[in-house]
Ligand binder design. Structure first.
Ligand code: ATP
Ligand code: MN
Length: 449
């Protein structure tokens, strides 16, 4: 019989049946000592010496050593293990026994082994140690990269972050809403949009769920959303993607300062959840997460400019911070997470509510380890003021008619913010490049895989 799918025929009917009740390596197996288990997974590594063969079997929960000494297993099993290659998918039936040398303090002595699907050789990427592989190669072979300890840990943490976001807001009675991704006109103005043909019309990919989450909030009061947004700029930084996952909230009868409190409470909860639920993943990444102490520092934009200027930075009042300046500011401030508030109206979107002085806006950014991870504002809920601000920004009011009209029929004051999922994951996992924390990053040079 040849190898490949046909070789599953070698397995007994019983092993195939019992794959349905297989044991996962998420349990530590100590409760299975001296018992028989059925494991399925990938060949992480394999070594066949004269009288003994070792197979490191990996599944979603970890790695276990399958040990086949000539004295305890059939010749058939020994030769089957000898023919295995890294990343072959196999099922193994065996007995769990204690071991002095194996990592978990136990190992499995196999009585049956079934090839489920062979991996081709050579592997374009070795999942056993991808850290020294070029990021581009890792992204080209993302499936193999996902199987490495570190990358796997990053996306388990990302999944927790998302879960904590939903948990936090669902438990506080927010409604999860679903804004559209295809939109008829720019929601923010300014930033470049990807356009597409929409039957006879032109349409765009949303650069933010802004208008739609506001429309939801002025009816549902408290809403949140998780959705992709698109920015058509030719970014070349390690912090920018062209497709981003944003986690947004929007809340009626709330001001900017109220949603800032909600933001810091969520962030503290999120960090704590990851610390508790993902300790193993954090260990694999060599990352210690600092607990957040609330309230976070609130620094005015003008104070931030002052600090940077005093430190010799060339920045004028009214300018936005470059990514380098954001980083420098963090070391000057000394807190690893803080808010920047009271932004000049020129630097924030037209819908940001101006302060009484008309010069600054009810807007804030949240900086985490030297990078903006979130922005928010109190919004303008007054149609006349909104029209004035649209004019002042030099935007075409025609493009915003339905946006403005949405606030003519009983719109409470409201505020909200948005966090980039990839940037938050980047900061929580301590990665330097946002592409590492994006499953399938979209940037100027990459749309596959
Ligand atoms: P930046 O100034 O850093 O380019 P922004 O102010 O344009 O970001 P916002 O419109 O405030 O971004 O979007 C809210 C959040 O979404 C950001 O704080 C960030 O976490 C995330 N985000 C926005 N644009 C990008 C991008 N191009 N790549 C990755 N994340 C992004
Ligand atoms: Mn921003």
């Amino acid at each position: 019989m040849t190898d490949g799918p046909g070789s599953t025929m070698v397995a007994t009917e019983s092993l195939r049946q019992s794959r349905l009740t297989r044991t996962h390596l998420t349990s530590d197996l100590t409760d299975q000592l001296e018992k028989e288990v059925v494991l399925t997974g990938w060949v992480h590594d394999v070594r066949a010496l004269g009288g003994i063969a070792f197979l490191l079997l990996r599944d979603m929960g970890g790695i276990v050593q399958v040990t086949a000494p000539k004295s305890k297993v059939t010749a058939e099993i020994l030769s089957k293990i000898g023919e295995l290659h890294q990343e072959d998918v196999v099922a193994v039936r065996g007995r769990v026994v204690t071991s002095k040398i194996a990592k978990r303090g136990l190992e499995v002595i196999p009585s049956e082994l079934e090839m489920l699907n062979r991996s081709e050789t050579p592997l374009p990427l070795d999942p056993r140690g991808v850290q020294n592989t070029l990021l581009d190669t890792r992204l080209n072979w993302r499936v193999l990269d996902f199987r490495s300890e570190e990358t796997n840990a990053i996306f388990r943490i990302q999944s927790r972050i998302l879960q904590s976001f939903r948990e936090f807001f669902l438990s506080r009675d927010y409604v999860e809403v679903q804004p559209p991704v295809i939109i008829a006109s720019a929601s923010e103005g300014g930033a470049e949009l990807f356009s597409l043909k929409y039957f006879e019309k032109d349409a765009y990919l949303a650069q933010s769920p802004q208008l739609y989450k506001q429309m939801c909030a002025i009816s549902f009061e408290k809403v949140f959303a998780v959705m992709p947004i698109f920015r058509a700029e030719k970014f070349e930084q390690p912090t920018h993607l062209n497709e981003v996952r944003q986690m947004d909230i929007e809340q009626a009868f709330a001001s900017d300062t109220e949603v800032m409190t909600i933001l810091e409470e969520f962030l503290a909860f999120c960090v704590e959840t990851v610390r508790r639920a993902c300790s193993e993943e954090l260990r694999k990444l060599g990352r210690t997460l600092e607990t957040l102490h609330l309230p976070l520092k609130r620094l005015k934009y003008s104070e931030a400019i002052e600090m940077l200027r005093k430190s010799g930075e060339d920045i004028e009042l009214g300018a936005d911070f470059s990514k380098t300046q954001e980083k420098k500011l963090s070391s000057l401030v000394g807190d690893h997470v803080f808010f920047i508030t009271h932004w000049p109206v020129e630097l924030k979107a037209f819908y940001a509510m101006p302060e009484a002085d008309g010069k600054t806006s009810h807007a804030f950014d949240l900086i985490y380890d030297g990078l903006e991870i979130s922005s928010g504002t109190q919004r303008i809920h007054l149609p006349e003021l909104l029209e004035k601000r649209i004019h002042a920004k030099g935007l075409n009011p025609e493009n915003f008619r339905s946006y403005v009209d949405a606030f003519r029929f009983g719109a409470p004051h409201h505020a909200g913010w948005s966090i980039g999922l990839e940037r938050l994951t980047m900061k929580i996992t301590g990665r330097e490049n946002i592409r590492e924390t994006t499953m399938f990053p979209r940037d100027r040079n990459r749309i596959t895989p």
